[in-house]
Ligand binder design. Structure first.
Ligand code: PA5
Length: 471
């Protein structure tokens, strides 16, 4: 990877030299180097033992999946992804960053024959029925994504779509409902062996791609969970994985704080522990990266928010991730960041070169409030705003980190996503918690099963009902 293509991390504005006593000292950073090297060795050890298969995803063979996508090229106008949490957020982030900003409004020709992308990650009836009423089901491929296969929200959406395909409900075509072959209009992404989706796939010959053991939901964006929709929508899957692979090599070749994942995790760890800054804001200055911040929010929160450490002691630990968008949120949250409680570290995502540019015309030469913009590009303005916000924070002694992407493309995105995943694993090691489970999420899922009458969850349903009465 040439330097021109590499994403870079700049932590200068988190250091004491730049922001004063609220900044990290050289000594603190040095003190973190040893534990970080040990954390990295521990992760690599678990990877070698086969526990962390998500770390090997950059090198996976995706030829079958790419062939599947190629065979369907031009056949469908819509790709509907049903999933939630880790089974949806990666796809939303990829689509937001790598497709045309208004992909779904383009004509089929303008989309290069690829389908529109819809990701349904909620069970809101208005949203669901509103979308279903719009889709031409003959021209829609539905990708049901669930590692467990049983998540209530995804199961519910699957049942509704299946009902339409089986001809029980009229779709866009009007009152005359039509029956469509499920195996041609659906594809699953699920556990390779277990779960109800795998069972149905095997019974009915529905194509199904695997989410291997060791690939948890929030670490699955580079697995078929994200890569299949990406390939179907014409994103450059090879470049995405090559970017992740380049980051993997970079991390391994420069251990500890000398690679971006280690440095990012090290600074975040010091902010959390030494400065008790409990909030971690991600603020892209690129509308295309907006959903990367959303994806990161889940990755950071679900991985690091834990009740117990690995020895079983109560710790109730975890930074709270917050998302913001530059420049939009300069006129919303930034006042709080600059002058409110000093409890945050902000990570800016900044883009070197935008795909499109809009240069402001030289109008109103007589009006200084407008004339100064003439001849400058919007990208230049956006990046100036990022610098201005970082400066305003620094002036108040508030820390920030900057990730520079040369441009928003699949290669840079692969680097960024993989870097953040490894940083999350490293942060988990430093906090001495298991970053790869989610007992709090499971508890809520199981209570939902109970409340909705699923067999085997009656006791939990009674417990929830009791709480309601007592409250
Ligand atoms: O990261 C996670 O593990 C969760 O957010 C899951 O992805 C989410 O709960 C969906 O689970 P599943 O893929 O089993 O439907």
């Amino acid at each position: 990877m040439s330097e021109r293509d590499a994403i870079e991390l700049d932590v200068t504005l988190a250091l004491a030299e730049a922001i004063g006593s609220g900044g990290i000292t050289g000594r603190q950073l040095e003190g973190c180097a040893g534990p970080m090297a040990a954390a990295q060795a521990a992760l690599e050890g678990r990877r070698a033992a086969g526990d962390l298969a998500w770390m090997d995803l950059p090198g996976q063979d995706v030829s079958g999946l790419v062939r599947f996508a190629e065979e369907r090229h031009g056949r469908f106008d819509n790709l509907l992804v049903l999933g939630i949490g880790g089974s949806a957020l990666g796809t939303i982030a990829l689509g937001g960053a790598l497709l045309h900003p208004y992909h779904n409004l383009l004509s089929k020709e303008e989309r290069g024959g690829t389908p529109r992308l819809f990701v349904l990650d909620n069970v809101d009836p208005d949203q669901t029925r509103g979308l279903f009423d719009l889709l031409d089901w003959e021209r829609t491929l539905t990708n049901v994504v669930s590692k467990s296969g049983g998540t209530a929200e995804t199961a519910a959406a699957y049942l509704l779509v299946r009902d339409i395909l089986e001809g029980h409900v009229a779709g866009k075509a009007g009152p005359a409902a039509i029956r469509l072959p499920v195996a041609e209009h659906m594809v699953f992404t699920t556990d390779p062996e277990k779960g109800v989706l795998r069972e149905i796939a095997e019974e009915e010959g529905i194509p199904a791609f695997p989410i291997s053991a060791g690939v948890g939901g929030r670490f699955s964006v580079l697995s078929p969970v994200g890569v299949l929709p990406a390939a179907l929508c014409g994103m450059d899957v090879a470049a995405l994985l090559a970017g992740a692979d380049a980051m993997d090599r970079r991390i391994r070749e420069s251990p500890g704080l000398r690679n971006p994942a280690g440095l990012f995790a090290g600074v975040q760890y010091l902010e959390y522990t030494a400065f008790t800054r409990r909030l971690s804001v991600m603020m892209p200055y690129s509308a295309r990266l907006r959903f990367v911040a959303d994806w990161f929010k889940q990755l950071w929160a679900e991985s690091l928010g834990k009740a117990r450490d690995r020895r079983g002691s109560d710790v109730h630990v975890g930074p709270t991730p917050v998302e913001a968008l530059g420049a939009t949120d300069q006129h919303s949250q930034v006042q709080l960041y600059v002058e409110g409680p000093d409890d945050k570290v902000v990570t800016f995502l900044r883009v070197g070169s935008f795909d499109r540019e809009a240069t402001m015309p030289q109008l109103h030469a007589e009006k200084p409030a407008l004339a100064y913009l003439g001849g400058h590009g919007l990208g230049e303005l956006l990046n100036a705003e990022q610098r201005a916000t970082a400066w305003a924070l620094a002036r108040r002694g508030r820390p920030s980190i900057r990730v520079d992407l040369p441009r928003v493309d699949a290669h840079a995105l692969g680097q960024l996503l993989y870097m953040l995943e490894v940083a999350t694993g490293l942060m988990g090691e430093l906090l001495d918690i298991n970053a790869f489970d989610q007992p709090g999420v499971e508890l809520g899922k199981e209570a939902t099963y109970g409340l909705m009458g699923r067999t085997g969850y009656e006791a939990l349903a009674r417990e929830v009902a009791g709480l309601r009465k007592g409250a």
